[in-house]
Design a binder for this molecule. Structure first.
Ligand SMILES: CC(C)(COP(=O)(O)OP(=O)(O)OC[C@H]1O[C@@H](n2cnc3c(N)ncnc32)[C@H](O)[C@@H]1OP(=O)(O)O)[C@@H](O)C(=O)NCCC(=O)NCCS
Length: 147
């Protein structure tokens, strides 16, 4: 596996100005759930403004966004959203590096638990989290509600 650091890939904080480019990545990435009301520019900008250290993008040598992770905390637990690596960049360790960096930010802020919601039909995504050592919660059913 070629390491992402040998490929001129750079990891930086995301900003709201990245929205269009990041959204295009999410749209072409299987397993993303973009239908929610909070995936608008305003929703993502709000999440970034409240979690500036844990919303990260990886860019290639031309500055193009090739991967993202949005890490957010409610002060008690951390959550990951939109973990996406562009297809041609998968298998270089970029996804693992991004989620490790976000988890380091969470830990530095006293967060000791992190979770992610994965679509039932995103089997590859589920395998990735299992490979990372994450466990499912068969005792939980997720409810939500539009405000
Ligand atoms: C899942 C995803 C983020 C992985 O990113 P990536 O940069 O290719 O992953 P890495 O290169 O960091 O892989 C790290 C390890 O996970 C393994 N891995 C990667 N994808 C895997 C998968 N789908 N199933 C099982 N293992 C996987 C790699 O083999 C590697 O193993 P190793 O450390 O033992 O060598 C990427 O494939 C992706 O964007 N998928 C589509 C979106 C998605 O499903 N997101 C996650 C669910 S919300």
């Amino acid at each position: 596996m070629t390491n992402w650091q040998d490929e001129n890939v750079h990891i930086r904080r995301m900003t709201p100005e990245d929205y269009d480019e990041a959204y295009a990545l999410w749209e072409r990435t299987p397993g993303m759930h973009l239908q929610s009301l909070n995936n608008t520019y305003g929703g993502i900008a709000l999440l970034i403004s409240k979690n500036p250290d844990s919303c990260l993008a990886a860019t290639d040598g031309d500055g193009k966004i090739v991967a993202t992770v949005l890490g957010a905390t409610d002060g008690r637990k951390g959550y990951l959203y939109h973990v996406a690596v562009d297809e041609q960049w998968r298998g270089h360790g970029i996804g693992t590096t991004l989620i490790n960096r976000v988890q380091d930010v969470f830990k530095a802020n006293g967060i000791v638990k992190v979770g992610i919601l994965v679509l039932v039909d995103n089997v590859n995504g589920q395998e990735f989290w299992k490979h990372q050592g994450w466990k499912t919660r068969p005792d939980v059913i997720y409810f939500d509600h539009d405000l």
